[in-house]
Design a binder for this molecule. Sequence first.
Ligand code: G3H
Ligand code: 13P
Ligand code: ZN
Length: 316
Amino acid sequence: MALVTTKKMFEMAYKNGYAIGAFNVNNMEITQGIVKAVAETKSPLILQISRGARSYASMSYLKAIIDVAVEENPDIPIVMHLDHGDTFETCKQCVDDGFTSVMIDGSHHDFEDNIKLTKQVVEYAHDHGVVVEAELGQLGGIEEDVVGLSHDEVMDHLTDPDQAVEFIERTGVDSLAIACGTSHGAYKFKVAPTLAFDVIENIAAKVPNYPLVMHGSSSVPKEFKDLINKYGGDMPDAMGVPEEALTKASKLAVCKINIDTDLRMALTAKIRQVYAETPAEFDPRKYLGPGREAIYEMVKHKLDVLGCAGKAAECL
Ligand code: G3H
Ligand code: 13P
Ligand code: ZN
């Protein structure tokens, strides 16, 4: 089957209390690891591509890799999504390139400008059968190489539920990424992780059946952190979102959960391990292969955490 939009996925995820895993892809090995996990568990999938991924791998290579994944897995619904589009032009280009979902991230603009920009993207995307995600409130951490707010600052920039209602009504956007205490990258919290579940619950009470998106949802698995630090890496204070919090959000109105950092850590941990344990190795297949396998194992586990394992058929 061809690429799909998120429409049916979000409808089923909301109704049945789970979230779809949205995983960032930058190359063939990352994509293969993710796709192997969803194929084996029969799970729906959102593959997301950032502007950085577009310029690193080129859109034609990434699209060709994803086309193979779609062709080889006709029973798995797969969405190709633009992660953190920043301008109308980028979103338009992605719609024209065959994406089935785009994100316009106007969260750094003021409320009115965010609405104006999001509306413009929604009009173009909907005319072409493409769905749109927007963002309201501000996340922290590193995004496209820009260092954002600290966790304390993040907790001061949570999404305002009343603004969310107005934003959704005025833009007609299909899903909304909210700020509820998460950040991008591997350093989300300095002490105990805290998330504002009341933001999710309040929005859900005001806009029933509306799909919310949680960015910055990597858990920073201890296994990978320890391997990275053991084999010459330097990430001692890395801390992510506890998996129980992801499961809790999935059962609420959160229908899409974004994960990139955990993929990077899985790949990096295995590459470091091979380099350290077999210093004479110089065949890329001997270190990218274990990295790809670690991604597969990690994603398979994550699909259980999000509750979407085995849900491919109902999302078709
Ligand atoms: O939102 C951030 C994602 O992890 C994508 O990161 O822009 O470095 O590809 P990137
Ligand atoms: P992480 O950095 O927590 O993996 O978040 C990824 C993300 O939100 C991509 O949009
Ligand atoms: Zn994000």
